[in-house]
Design a protein. Structure first.
Length: 252
């Protein structure tokens, strides 16, 4: 999953980096024989642990499966009303995960952002290389949004969005070609390849409309699973990660 193979880590460092406590607290867990690998209690804090995707299945801490080991990515069905930030005042997306995940090093970060008032597919990872590959403008990973609009579509929006010439207020570069697919008079899919601040809302504002509801259902070839309710999340498999980068028809 990760671009670079992860090194083996000392057990106390691994657990401490994963938020299980300070090195001293982790030592306490080890001394109390509360950490095991493949059914055998580990007694040495300095034991080297190879990081692998199946480590959660193989290691137990206080009798529970280990959290996802470093180099993981989760798909969250982001509900409305939570913010993609580590420090805003309101409820944060991070509050949807176990508190221990908030103490991880490297930290879990959102892959790009969704506004507080946008729901749908949000990825989070502690793998900086993977994060950058997904958001890199060169990769042109598509993002599809379902937008509910205040006013009916005029029929001119698709050509304007596909032109690659739409300049948004305050920006010095036009928006890359985007694909508009009407779903009804005041509803449409919009597929974009960029991650600019409030991009979809600003694109519709530029053509005299106003976005009333916004939901993202797809990143590259990865879709928000229908059985994942708002607020729920799950880890992605390597095959699903590959889907993100699946070549697709260009939106423009
Ligand atoms: N564009 C927006 O305007 N908001 C989002 O949350 C995502 C894309």
């Amino acid at each position: 999953m990760s671009a670079k193979p992860l090194p083996a880590l000392r057990l106390d460092r691994l657990l401490s980096n994963m938020g299980y406590g300070s090195r001293r607290e982790v030592q306490g867990l080890i001394d109390a024989e509360l950490v095991s690998l493949d059914g055998t209690v580990i007694t040495r804090a300095e034991a080297k642990i190879s990081i692998s995707a199946d480590l959660s299945e193989r290691m137990r801490v206080r009798g529970a499966k280990l959290d996802p080991p470093p180099g993981f990515i989760v798909l969250l069905h982001k509900p409305l009303g939570v913010t993609c930030s580590h420090k805003d005042a309101g409820p944060l997306v991070y509050s949807l995960f176990p508190p221990r995940w908030g103490r991880r090093e490297p930290p879990l970060s959102t892959v790009g952002r969704l506004d507080k008032d946008t729901s749908g597919l949000l990825l989070l990872t502690d793998d900086g290389d993977l994060l950058h590959r997904i958001i890199s403008p060169r990769k042109k990973v598509t993002k599809r949004y379902r937008a509910g609009l205040a006013r009916p579509l005029t029929g001119e929006e698709a050509a304007i969005f596909a032109s690659g010439a739409l300049l948004l207020e305050g920006d010095d570069k036009p928006v890359s070609p985007a694909l508009l697919e009407p779903l009804g008079p005041r509803e449409a899919w919009l597929t974009v390849t960029e991650g600019r601040y409030h991009l979809v809302r600003r694109m519709f504002a530029a053509v005299g409309n106003h976005v009333e509801s916004l939901h993202r259902d797809r990143i590259g070839g990865l879709e928000l699973p229908h059985d994942l309710a708002a607020g729920q999340y799950r880890r992605l498999s390597p095959a699903e990660i590959a889907c993100i980068f699946e070549a697709e028809a260009s939106p423009g």
